[in-house]
Design a protein around this ligand. Structure first.
Ligand code: NAG
Ligand code: NAG
Length: 339
């Protein structure tokens, strides 16, 4: 609780610092149409002795969801009767990892923040804040590290990833070269710009830094046709688009500016994007959660929010079969909203 209150104060300070740097002030919000306060009626699937289901993924046969939680485990939902079971771990030695929320042990127990299944192999790729990019087979167990450094510099804060199976590459973010996850507010406070966006080539096993000097790069997602990849800069309230093919290949532009801190981005089957916003910060409103749906060209299509207290600190919105599965960096449940 103390941490939450403290981080709220820090967040407000960070907003003041970063808005003065980005040039659009706290009183000139981007207009957000089609906002609906619908999340107070969302259902929840409670976790058992776990919290902070930051990222959500379904396996290639539709099983799950799988979620990465605060104590370093990846859990699998097996339906109401069986509930949640352990699927994978990012730390091999879990002797000390017995409490569901223990930020002081994150560097020992691991903290899975981004999950993606490789559809052809069924392997689960995990962006762990402390251990880099990891992979675990379809049967689960202890994940193996794949990438822990890029261009001679250790990856300090792996955050999210996406997989281009056709070209056999993985895109992922390293949120900061200075701050680790437990100290993310340090990064917010100083408007740290040491984040990196990295491409890992599975066949050559080579990691290449595509973008340097980013402000808390966080969520990653490819477009449906893989012509571009999106990466958000959380403390800049922006989503960047890096073109991968076509006439603009290799160049980047701003895809969207958001009304708060964007976390993970997930594409739906139509090629649209859901962006989870932990904290909305504009309009003089009390900070709250928003899920923003963007079109393939970055227009806001829809905003679902919670002006109450049911869904808070959301980190990811995954659309599947007419439902939104909603993750959170702190809450002890996954939200489920029927579209
Ligand atoms: C989830 O947990 C909350 C708080 O303990 C409880 O009030 C609620 O009934 C639970 N919901 C479900 C669906 O089990
Ligand atoms: C979202 O807000 C909560 C509460 O301040 C915090 O604990 C959490 O780490 C935040 N997540 C991000 C990604 O900013």
């Amino acid at each position: 609780m103390l941490v939450t209150v403290f981080s709220k104060v820090v967040t407000i300070l960070a907003i003041l610092v970063s808005t003065s740097q980005t040039g659009y002030g706290i009183f000139s919000p981007p207009k957000i149409p089609r906002s609906r306060n619908v999340f107070p009626s969302a259902k929840v699937v409670n976790l058992t002795r776990a919290s902070g289901p930051e990222s959500i993924a379904f396996d290639p046969s539709g099983g799950g969801p799988y979620v990465g939680v605060s104590d370093g485990r990846v859990l699998k939902w097996r339906g109401k009767k069986l509930g949640w079971t352990d699927f994978a771990y990012t730390a091999a030695n879990r002797k000390m990892c017995v409490r569901s929320f223990a930020p002081e042990l994150e560097h020992v127990c691991g903290r899975p923040l981004g999950l993606r299944f490789h559809k052809k192999t069924g392997d689960l790729y995990i962006a762990d804040a402390y251990f880099g990019l990891l992979v675990v087979g379809p049967a689960g167990g202890v994940a193996k590290p794949l990438v822990t450094e890029a261009e001679g510099k250790p990856i300090r804060f792996t955050n999210d990833l996406d997989i281009d199976e056709q070209n056999d590459v993985i895109y992922f973010t390293d949120s900061s070269s200075r701050f680790q996850r437990w100290d993310y507010f340090g990064s917010f406070m100083t408007v740290d710009k040491t984040g990196r966006f990295i491409k890992y080539d599975r066949s050559s096993k080579k990691a290449t830094v595509l973008l340097h000097g980013l402000s808390f790069p966080n969520g990653v997602t490819l477009s449906k046709d893989r012509s571009f990849v999106l990466v958000d800069e959380t403390t800049n309230f922006k989503i960047l688009r890096l073109w991968l093919s076509g006439p603009k290949a290799g160049t980047q532009d701003v895809f969207a500016v958001l009304p708060g801190y964007p976390d993970n981005i997930r594409r739906n089957s139509n090629g649209e994007f859901w962006v989870a916003i932990n904290y909305s910060i504009f309009n003089g409103e009390r900070p709250h959660t928003k899920a923003v749906k963007l079109s393939e060209s970055g227009e806001v299509l829809e905003v679902l929010e919670d002006k109450g207290k049911r869904l808070r600190y959301i980190s990811e919105v995954e659309e599947k079969d007419g439902k939104l599965w909603i993750g959170s960096s702190v809450m002890p449940f996954v939200g489920v909203y029927d579209l």
